[in-house]
Write a protein of this length. Structure first.
Length: 155
């Protein structure tokens, strides 16, 4: 506003009054451009196009794929914490993405949930390692992990 006042040769108060009058008459519209505004638009498009209740688009802050994976894992972990409720059963698979989500869960949340790894027989040995994804997610949730050594058949 100081720049407008200087350019027009009027006081700041006059600029404020002119802007207020312009907004009231519809001649002036103030819009704040956010660097994440386009991400919100993409989220809205995803929800509208696929019957998705919740979508979260994470900005790319680096060309490093590990940094991107960490950012997505933290965002997905936050979304999980916002979504999960006591009594839920959390069934997780293996992979870098699930691992990033488990790493993105910060602190103890104390949800009363069961964590069931859906890994099948291929990863059975990994289920009993102390650092397995299922055990890490269970510890973060403050609940035990229940390994299921049989393949999951989902429809």
């Amino acid at each position: 506003m100081a720049e407008i006042a200087k350019t027009l040769g009027i006081s700041h108060a006059s600029v404020n009054r002119l802007i207020k009058r312009g907004r009231q008459t519809g001649l002036v519209e103030i819009k704040i451009k956010s660097p994440v505004e386009h991400l919100v638009a993409i989220e809205e498009q995803l929800r509208a196009s696929g019957g998705i209740r919740r979508a979260m688009v994470v900005p790319t802050v680096s060309d490093n794929p590990l940094t991107t994976l960490q950012s997505v894992g933290e965002a997905a972990g936050q979304l999980l914490v916002e979504t999960i409720r006591d009594g839920d059963v959390l069934c997780i698979s293996g992979g870098k993405g699930v691992s990033a989500i488990a790493n993105g869960l910060k602190g103890q949340h104390g949800f009363n949930v069961q964590v069931v790894p859906a890994t099948g027989l291929v990863q059975w040995q990994a289920l009993y390692r102390r650092q397995s994804r299922g055990h890490r997610a269970g510890r973060t949730a403050g609940r035990p992990c229940f390994p299921d050594p049989c393949p999951a058949i989902c429809r």
